[in-house]
Design a protein around this ligand. Structure first.
Ligand SMILES: O=C(O)[C@H]1O[C@H](OP(=O)(O)OP(=O)(O)OC[C@H]2O[C@@H](n3ccc(=O)[nH]c3=O)[C@H](O)[C@@H]2O)[C@H](O)[C@@H](O)[C@@H]1O
Length: 372
């Protein structure tokens, strides 16, 4: 029984919250869109986001390179939603944060349909920025993009204050540095990219995507984050993805020669997927727009990588050299000073610890167990 303080005693229970108030309460949870969430990095990110019970996660994916299989443990979960959607079409939903990952990332796949790749990067990013603008991903000078949602008199919740942060994160790429002339690459380097080559649909596409992010930020005050991702590997990569780590592991397991593309002295720096996902979340939740390199500075030539895979997975396997494709970057290694200083992030998993974890997943999916 509640008293109104006027000697009048009401026997009525407090009114039910209106549907609008209920909706506002619901909104107080973070509703997060992950484009490309059925893909390799996207699905690991979804796993991590779903660990937080305050998060509702919506995945939009066209399954060009992603797969529902990667999300099977979440399908049917009340805080999870999966939409078959191509980001080159507008998406009208209500969200608080957008992780925009959608785009084929393996050179084989992105070169297969270059027009679609550049459309995904340009039109897809425009559509996601349009969504961010409509849903209010603003960086208000007074509040630095934090919206306090105070609920009215809704029973026990009436004194609670909820924080809703609206923002969009783009996963850009180390490919924006092209065939870099500085080593290692830090974020101030503008890159050395061929604008008309076979990789340009991806490299230039991501560069335009970064430009769009900053133009929306400056012109419309959209709260943005840009991660420049360096070569990432781990469980759930497509077995026939075409990228080097997945190729070598699948080849070693199948007893096929490891195909080192010439000259074999070109370098890459490989980041394990759990480190990558932590870096992306730190960036999203921090206060820096980026661009920030997220990658593992441990640098290997492709011949060294092949030797490591041979030693760890199949000491009997042959290593052969094969032709390379045009414009292959000759060296790549992230300078992660900014990530360390601004995000307090650095990778933890060494290549030699990450490769066996990926081997286990590939063996499961290929149905080939280790020889005794
Ligand atoms: O994995 C990634 O994160 C990146 O993969 C590609 O970039 P790239 O570094 O060329 O990736 P790979 O196709 O894995 O090639 C790496 C190196 O391995 C070599 N390679 C590839 C495949 C193979 O069987 N053998 C081999 O020696 C390539 O010539 C290249 O020098 C994409 O372009 C990037 O955007 C993406 O972020």
């Amino acid at each position: 029984m509640a008293s109104n303080g006027n000697n009048h005693v009401s026997t009525k229970p407090p009114p039910e919250p209106s549907p609008l108030r209920k909706a506002k309460f619901f909104q107080a949870n973070m509703r997060i869109l992950v484009t490309g969430g059925a893909g390799f990095i996207g699905s690991h990110l979804v796993d991590k986001l779903m660990e937080n019970e305050k998060n509702e996660v919506i995945v939009a994916d066209n399954y060009f390179t992603g797969s529902k299989d990667n999300l099977k443990k979440w399908i049917g979960h009340p805080r999870f939603e999966l939409i078959r959607h191509d980001v080159t079409e507008p998406l009208l939903i209500e969200v608080d944060q957008i992780y925009h990952l959608a785009c084929p990332a393996s050179p084989i796949f992105y070169k297969y349909n270059p027009v679609k790749t550049i459309k995904t990067n340009v039109i897809g990013t425009l559509n996601m920025l349009g969504l961010a603008k409509r849903t209010g991903a603003r960086s208000e000078p007074s509040s630095l993009c934090t919206y306090y949602l105070v609920l009215g008199n809704v029973g026990p919740l009436s004194h609670h204050l909820f924080l809703v942060q609206n923002r969009i994160l783009l996963t850009s790429t180390s490919e924006v540095y092209g065939d870099p002339l500085v080593h290692p690459q830090d974020e101030t380097y503008w890159g050395n990219v061929n604008p008309i080559g076979v990789r340009s649909c991806y490299d230039e596409g991501k560069r335009v995507a970064e430009t769009l992010m900053f133009d929306y930020h400056r012109q419309h005050g959209i709260e943005i984050r840009i991660a420049r991702i360096f070569n990432t590997y781990g469980p759930r990569m497509n077995i026939d993805d075409g990228r080097v780590v997945s190729n070598f592991i699948a080849q070693a397991i199948r007893d096929e020669p490891l195909t080192v593309q010439l000259p074999g002295t070109q370098t890459r720096s490989f980041c394990y997927v759990s480190d990558m996902v932590n870096g992306l979340m730190r960036l999203m939740d921090g206060e820096n727009t980026g661009p920030i390199n997220i990658g593992n500075p441990g640098e290997f030539t492709m011949l060294e990588l092949a030797e490591n895979v041979k030693e760890l997975i199949n000491p009997e396997v042959k290593i052969i050299t094969v032709e390379n494709t045009p414009d292959d970057p000759r060296q790549r290694k992230p300078d992660i000073t900014k990530a360390k200083e601004l995000l307090g992030w650095e990778p933890k998993v060494k290549l030699r610890d990450g490769l066996p974890l990926m081997e286990e997943d590939f063996r499961d999916r290929l149905g080939i167990s280790r020889k005794k």
